[in-house]
Structure formats: C-alpha cells, structure tokens
Design a protein around this ligand. Sequence first.
Ligand SMILES: CCCCC/C=C\C/C=C\C/C=C\C/C=C\CCCC(=O)SCCNC(=O)CCNC(=O)[C@H](O)C(C)(C)COP(=O)(O)OP(=O)(O)OC[C@H]1O[C@@H](n2cnc3c(N)ncnc32)[C@H](O)[C@@H]1OP(=O)(O)O
Length: 223
Amino acid sequence: MLRNCARLLLRGTALSVRPQAVHSVRCSFPGITRTFAEEQPRDYGFPNATWNSNMMGLYQTYLAQCNGGGWRKIPSYNTTVHHIAGDPLDPARETRLFTRNLDQDGDGFEYCMFYNKAERRMVCLFQPGPYLEGPPGYTHGGCIATIIDSTAGAGAVYLCGSVMTANLNINYKNPIRLGSTVIVDSKVEKIENRKVYTTCHIRSHDDTVLHTESTVLFIKLNV
Ligand SMILES: CCCCC/C=C\C/C=C\C/C=C\C/C=C\CCCC(=O)SCCNC(=O)CCNC(=O)[C@H](O)C(C)(C)COP(=O)(O)OP(=O)(O)OC[C@H]1O[C@@H](n2cnc3c(N)ncnc32)[C@H](O)[C@@H]1OP(=O)(O)O
C-alpha cells in the first residue's frame, strides 16, 4: 500500500531535484530513480511575460524577504521521466505535473511558491489563466482545490518529507476572477504521529478579499 502511494506521489513531482540537476537523480525512495528529459529543466517559478503587475509586485516583495527574511523560493518543474523498479509504466513516457501541463505560458496555473520553515508556512502567488474557467470569468472550484492542495502539500513535504493528501475541506467565500492575482497562504498547524494538519487561506493580492478558507490533512508515508 505504502509503496504504491510512493509511486503515485512521485509521478509528476520534483521533490529533491535542483535546477542544475542533469540526467538521473536518485531520490529517497528505494528502487526509484527519476530522470529529467532535458538537461536543464525549466524552473517555472520564475516570472514570464504573462504575469500581471500585481503578481510581479508580490514576487519582488517575497523575493526581497529571501535575503535574511526567513523565506526561500521553491523551484517548480513540470515533468520528470521515471524509472521505477518493477513498474509496468513505460519508463520513457513523459509525465506532467497537473498544474504545469499546458504548453502556453499564462493559459493555466501561473504560480510560484515561497517557504518559511520557522513559520511552517508555504505561500503561493497564483494567477489563474483563461483555461481554468468555471463560472464565466471566474476560476473553477476544482482548480482552486488543486492549488490549495499543491501549496499545503508542498509545505507539508518541505517540513515532514513524503506525504499524501487524506482530507481536504474548503469553504469558498468569494469567487476568484480569471487573470487576477491571489495569495495562497498555508501553514502546518499540528503534527500527530503520521498526521500533518494544515490550514490554508486564499486572499486577494491586496489582502482585502478572503476567497477561501480550508483545512488539509496529510499522512506521512513511511517509506
Ligand atoms: C501531497 C504531495 C505533495 C508533493 C509535493 C512535492 C514536491 C514539493 C514541491 C513542489 C510542490 C509540487 C507539487 C505538489 C503536488 C501535489 C499535491 C497534490 C497531492 C495529491 O494529490 S495526493 C493524491 C490524493 N490522495 C490520495 O490519493 C490518497 C489516497 N489515500 C491513501 O493513499 C491512504 O489512505 C493514505 C496514504 C492517505 C493513508 O493510508 P495508510 O495505509 O498509509 O495509513 P492509515 O490508513 O493507517 O492512516 C494512518 C493514520 O491516518 C489517519 N487517517 C487516514 N486517512 C484519514 C482521513 N481521511 N481523515 C482522518 N484521518 C485519517 C488514520 O486514522 C491513521 O490514524 P491513527 O494512526 O491515529 O490510527
């Protein structure tokens, strides 16, 4: 069971890989090697031309706090090729992280994450693109759940190692306009044995609107 979870978890994530990594990268899971298709994988957590001024402003603000301010920028890749011992999946087959699966910048999930270990917080600056539409002009609730899960999940992983999402509860308070910028702010509140309890809020770029409040439970994988 846990071995299967580990396989699921690793498909499409880039947990222990650094931007300068090339070719095969061993990870902490027995029998699993991950290999990048490209020698220099793109870190999607850097600004591109589709980022709006609010997104850029917040990015600069958090980046400035990375110099002695307790924050660090988290790298973000879109794909790895997996070599998993005994796995029937074609080892050469490309997989893509769900949140990085569109080719055109700006169409889907535009985001970058910053981590503060002392505060047990992972913050994601998120600009939903036009292909994430739910209600006309607004972001689909499933996409909102995805970015909450990804942000809180990354926070849990950076603090505790490998985890899987066991429970996700969201109160949707105000819709998120496509093309706007929001701040996804997650925090590990409590750890009890294998259970990692997190909270996550999404607020508008200027902090005036609360879009969602949520709790996410992760279970540590003993692999
Ligand atoms: C989250 C991953 C993040 C990865 C991040 C990677 C890199 C970071 C960098 C950048 C960020 C990039 C990407 C982020 C990517 C993805 C985020 C999305 C993550 C997902 O998309 S992930 C897929 C959806 N997720 C599943 O597909 C899980 C299906 N599920 C299972 O695989 C099992 O169910 C499992 C493993 C959860 C537990 O199974 P198990 O056998 O290991 O453990 P067991 O059942 O014994 O539970 C042990 C103790 O937890 C308690 N417990 C369990 N479940 C509970 C619940 N729901 N409510 C309350 N308590 C619960 C029990 O009551 C017991 O408690 P006690 O010990 O006190 O008795």
